[in-house]
Ligand binder design. Structure first.
Ligand SMILES: Nc1ncnc2c1ncn2[C@@H]1O[C@H](COP(=O)(O)OP(=O)(O)OP(=O)(O)O)[C@@H](O)[C@H]1O
Ligand SMILES: O=C(O)c1ccc[n+]([C@@H]2O[C@H](COP(=O)([O-])O)[C@@H](O)[C@H]2O)c1
Length: 190
Protein backbone atom coordinates (compact mmCIF):
# COMPACT_ATOMS: atom_id res chain seq x y z
CA UNK A 1 0.00 0.00 0.00
CA UNK A 2 0.97 3.64 -0.46
CA UNK A 3 0.75 5.31 2.92
CA UNK A 4 0.90 9.00 3.79
CA UNK A 5 2.52 9.89 7.11
CA UNK A 6 1.25 12.95 8.92
CA UNK A 7 3.55 13.89 11.80
CA UNK A 8 2.56 16.12 14.67
CA UNK A 9 2.30 16.74 18.38
CA UNK A 10 -1.51 16.58 18.14
CA UNK A 11 -1.88 18.48 21.41
CA UNK A 12 -4.80 18.06 20.78
CA UNK A 13 -5.75 16.69 17.34
CA UNK A 14 -8.25 19.11 15.75
CA UNK A 15 -10.50 19.34 12.68
CA UNK A 16 -7.69 20.94 10.62
CA UNK A 17 -5.58 17.79 11.08
CA UNK A 18 -8.58 15.56 10.30
CA UNK A 19 -9.55 17.41 7.12
CA UNK A 20 -5.98 17.11 5.81
CA UNK A 21 -5.71 13.39 6.64
CA UNK A 22 -9.09 12.56 5.15
CA UNK A 23 -8.50 14.65 2.00
CA UNK A 24 -5.13 12.98 1.42
CA UNK A 25 -6.52 9.50 2.09
CA UNK A 26 -9.53 9.84 -0.23
CA UNK A 27 -8.57 12.42 -2.90
CA UNK A 28 -5.04 11.33 -3.81
CA UNK A 29 -3.41 8.03 -4.76
CA UNK A 30 -2.74 7.22 -1.09
CA UNK A 31 -4.42 4.14 0.39
CA UNK A 32 -4.13 5.20 4.03
CA UNK A 33 -2.90 8.06 6.19
CA UNK A 34 -1.08 7.34 9.45
CA UNK A 35 -0.98 9.99 12.17
CA UNK A 36 2.47 9.73 13.78
CA UNK A 37 2.26 11.17 17.28
CA UNK A 38 5.61 12.84 18.04
CA UNK A 39 6.51 12.72 21.76
CA UNK A 40 8.65 15.79 21.25
CA UNK A 41 9.03 18.02 18.21
CA UNK A 42 12.71 19.10 17.81
CA UNK A 43 11.65 22.72 17.20
CA UNK A 44 8.96 23.12 19.86
CA UNK A 45 9.21 23.62 23.61
CA UNK A 46 5.80 23.61 25.21
CA UNK A 47 4.97 23.34 28.86
CA UNK A 48 1.35 22.41 28.14
CA UNK A 49 2.38 19.36 26.11
CA UNK A 50 0.28 16.47 27.37
CA UNK A 51 1.71 13.02 27.95
CA UNK A 52 2.20 11.20 24.64
CA UNK A 53 -0.25 8.42 25.60
CA UNK A 54 -3.03 10.96 26.19
CA UNK A 55 -2.35 12.61 22.82
CA UNK A 56 -2.35 9.19 21.13
CA UNK A 57 -5.66 8.32 22.80
CA UNK A 58 -7.22 11.52 21.46
CA UNK A 59 -5.98 10.72 17.94
CA UNK A 60 -7.42 7.19 18.21
CA UNK A 61 -10.79 8.54 19.36
CA UNK A 62 -10.82 11.14 16.58
CA UNK A 63 -10.19 8.70 13.73
CA UNK A 64 -11.99 5.61 15.04
CA UNK A 65 -14.80 5.96 12.47
CA UNK A 66 -12.50 6.31 9.43
CA UNK A 67 -10.95 3.07 8.20
CA UNK A 68 -8.35 4.83 6.02
CA UNK A 69 -6.88 6.73 8.98
CA UNK A 70 -4.56 5.09 11.55
CA UNK A 71 -2.62 6.26 14.60
CA UNK A 72 0.99 5.30 15.26
CA UNK A 73 3.06 5.31 18.46
CA UNK A 74 6.25 4.31 16.64
CA UNK A 75 8.18 7.36 17.94
CA UNK A 76 7.41 6.59 21.60
CA UNK A 77 10.13 3.95 21.72
CA UNK A 78 12.68 5.97 19.72
CA UNK A 79 15.27 8.51 20.95
CA UNK A 80 13.91 12.01 21.67
CA UNK A 81 13.48 14.54 20.18
CA UNK A 82 11.89 12.85 17.18
CA UNK A 83 13.67 13.34 13.88
CA UNK A 84 11.48 12.49 10.91
CA UNK A 85 14.24 10.80 8.88
CA UNK A 86 14.86 8.34 11.72
CA UNK A 87 11.17 7.47 11.96
CA UNK A 88 10.89 7.07 8.18
CA UNK A 89 13.85 4.69 8.24
CA UNK A 90 12.36 2.59 11.06
CA UNK A 91 8.95 2.44 9.37
CA UNK A 92 10.41 1.51 5.98
CA UNK A 93 12.35 -1.34 7.60
CA UNK A 94 9.45 -2.55 9.72
CA UNK A 95 6.86 -2.34 6.94
CA UNK A 96 8.94 -3.07 3.85
CA UNK A 97 5.78 -4.08 1.95
CA UNK A 98 4.51 -0.46 2.05
CA UNK A 99 5.58 2.72 0.27
CA UNK A 100 5.70 5.74 2.56
CA UNK A 101 5.07 9.37 1.62
CA UNK A 102 5.48 12.39 3.90
CA UNK A 103 2.50 14.75 4.23
CA UNK A 104 3.24 18.33 5.25
CA UNK A 105 1.90 21.86 5.08
CA UNK A 106 3.71 24.20 2.69
CA UNK A 107 4.86 26.34 5.66
CA UNK A 108 7.05 23.43 6.74
CA UNK A 109 9.01 23.71 3.47
CA UNK A 110 10.26 27.19 4.45
CA UNK A 111 12.43 25.73 7.21
CA UNK A 112 12.74 22.23 5.76
CA UNK A 113 16.46 22.87 5.13
CA UNK A 114 16.96 22.80 8.91
CA UNK A 115 15.51 19.31 9.31
CA UNK A 116 17.91 16.47 10.03
CA UNK A 117 19.15 14.92 6.75
CA UNK A 118 16.50 16.73 4.70
CA UNK A 119 18.34 15.84 1.50
CA UNK A 120 18.08 12.15 2.35
CA UNK A 121 14.33 12.56 2.99
CA UNK A 122 13.94 14.07 -0.49
CA UNK A 123 16.11 11.40 -2.07
CA UNK A 124 14.13 8.45 -0.71
CA UNK A 125 10.62 9.80 -0.09
CA UNK A 126 7.95 11.84 -1.83
CA UNK A 127 6.46 14.85 -0.07
CA UNK A 128 2.73 15.54 -0.50
CA UNK A 129 2.35 19.21 0.34
CA UNK A 130 -0.90 21.05 1.05
CA UNK A 131 -1.19 24.86 0.97
CA UNK A 132 -0.94 26.99 4.10
CA UNK A 133 -1.89 30.69 4.13
CA UNK A 134 0.88 33.34 4.08
CA UNK A 135 3.66 30.85 3.37
CA UNK A 136 7.03 32.53 2.78
CA UNK A 137 8.90 31.70 -0.43
CA UNK A 138 10.96 28.52 -0.40
CA UNK A 139 13.30 26.62 -2.69
CA UNK A 140 11.26 23.41 -3.10
CA UNK A 141 8.58 24.74 -5.48
CA UNK A 142 9.82 22.66 -8.42
CA UNK A 143 11.57 19.80 -6.66
CA UNK A 144 10.84 16.44 -8.28
CA UNK A 145 10.07 14.78 -4.92
CA UNK A 146 7.53 17.45 -3.95
CA UNK A 147 3.92 17.11 -5.06
CA UNK A 148 1.38 19.82 -4.27
CA UNK A 149 -2.08 18.56 -3.33
CA UNK A 150 -5.24 20.63 -3.01
CA UNK A 151 -6.88 20.59 0.43
CA UNK A 152 -9.37 22.88 2.16
CA UNK A 153 -7.92 24.80 5.07
CA UNK A 154 -9.25 25.53 8.49
CA UNK A 155 -7.71 28.45 10.35
CA UNK A 156 -7.32 26.77 13.75
CA UNK A 157 -4.37 25.47 15.69
CA UNK A 158 -3.85 23.37 18.80
CA UNK A 159 -2.50 26.51 20.49
CA UNK A 160 -5.78 28.33 19.77
CA UNK A 161 -7.75 25.42 21.25
CA UNK A 162 -5.60 25.18 24.38
CA UNK A 163 -5.96 28.94 24.96
CA UNK A 164 -9.72 28.78 24.43
CA UNK A 165 -10.03 26.04 27.08
CA UNK A 166 -7.85 28.00 29.50
CA UNK A 167 -10.09 31.04 29.00
CA UNK A 168 -13.33 29.10 29.47
CA UNK A 169 -14.34 29.43 25.80
CA UNK A 170 -16.13 26.78 23.74
CA UNK A 171 -14.12 24.47 21.44
CA UNK A 172 -17.19 22.77 20.00
CA UNK A 173 -16.80 21.81 16.30
CA UNK A 174 -13.05 22.55 16.45
CA UNK A 175 -12.31 19.02 17.64
CA UNK A 176 -14.28 15.78 17.29
CA UNK A 177 -17.00 15.41 19.93
CA UNK A 178 -15.25 12.35 21.37
CA UNK A 179 -12.06 14.39 21.80
CA UNK A 180 -13.91 17.30 23.42
CA UNK A 181 -15.56 14.90 25.91
CA UNK A 182 -12.22 13.26 26.72
CA UNK A 183 -10.54 16.66 27.30
CA UNK A 184 -13.41 17.69 29.61
CA UNK A 185 -13.37 14.40 31.51
CA UNK A 186 -9.62 14.56 32.11
CA UNK A 187 -9.54 18.31 32.79
CA UNK A 188 -6.81 18.90 30.19
CA UNK A 189 -5.44 22.38 29.36
CA UNK A 190 -7.30 24.18 32.18
N1 LIG B 1 -5.47 24.06 10.68
C1 LIG B 1 -4.54 23.31 10.10
N2 LIG B 1 -4.67 22.95 8.83
C2 LIG B 1 -3.71 22.20 8.22
N3 LIG B 1 -2.58 21.78 8.80
C3 LIG B 1 -2.39 22.10 10.08
C4 LIG B 1 -3.35 22.88 10.80
N4 LIG B 1 -2.89 23.04 12.05
C5 LIG B 1 -1.70 22.40 12.10
N5 LIG B 1 -1.39 21.84 10.93
C6 LIG B 1 -0.19 21.06 10.59
O1 LIG B 1 -0.34 19.78 11.16
C7 LIG B 1 0.95 19.26 11.56
C8 LIG B 1 0.91 18.81 12.99
O2 LIG B 1 0.53 19.91 13.73
P1 LIG B 1 0.74 20.12 15.26
O3 LIG B 1 0.42 18.88 16.01
O4 LIG B 1 2.02 20.79 15.54
O5 LIG B 1 -0.53 21.10 15.46
P2 LIG B 1 -0.66 22.64 15.59
O6 LIG B 1 -2.12 22.92 15.56
O7 LIG B 1 0.20 23.38 14.61
O8 LIG B 1 -0.06 22.78 17.06
P3 LIG B 1 0.44 24.01 17.95
O9 LIG B 1 -0.58 25.11 17.81
O10 LIG B 1 0.49 23.40 19.31
O11 LIG B 1 1.80 24.41 17.44
C9 LIG B 1 1.95 20.39 11.33
O12 LIG B 1 2.67 20.11 10.15
C10 LIG B 1 1.08 21.62 11.18
O13 LIG B 1 1.69 22.58 10.33
O1 LIG C 1 13.28 15.78 11.57
C1 LIG C 1 13.40 16.98 11.83
O2 LIG C 1 14.50 17.55 11.85
C2 LIG C 1 12.14 17.76 12.16
C3 LIG C 1 12.17 19.12 12.41
C4 LIG C 1 10.97 19.79 12.70
C5 LIG C 1 9.76 19.09 12.73
N1 LIG C 1 9.78 17.75 12.49
C6 LIG C 1 8.51 16.98 12.58
O3 LIG C 1 7.48 17.57 11.82
C7 LIG C 1 6.24 17.47 12.49
C8 LIG C 1 5.42 18.72 12.34
O4 LIG C 1 6.14 19.80 12.85
P1 LIG C 1 5.42 21.14 13.29
O5 LIG C 1 6.55 22.02 13.82
O6 LIG C 1 4.80 21.73 12.09
O7 LIG C 1 4.45 20.75 14.34
C9 LIG C 1 6.59 17.12 13.95
O8 LIG C 1 5.96 15.95 14.32
C10 LIG C 1 8.07 16.96 14.01
O9 LIG C 1 8.48 15.76 14.64
C11 LIG C 1 10.92 17.09 12.21
Amino acid sequence: MKIGLFFGSFNPIHMGHLIIGNTMAYNTDLDEVWYIVSPQNPFKKNKSLLHEFDRLEMVEKAIADNFKLKASDIEFSMPKPSYTIDTLTVLSEKFSQHEFVLIMGEDNLVQFRNWKNYEKILEYYQLYVYPRPNTDPHEFENHTSVKFEEAPLLDISATYIRNAIKNGKSIRYMVKEEVEKFIELKGFYL
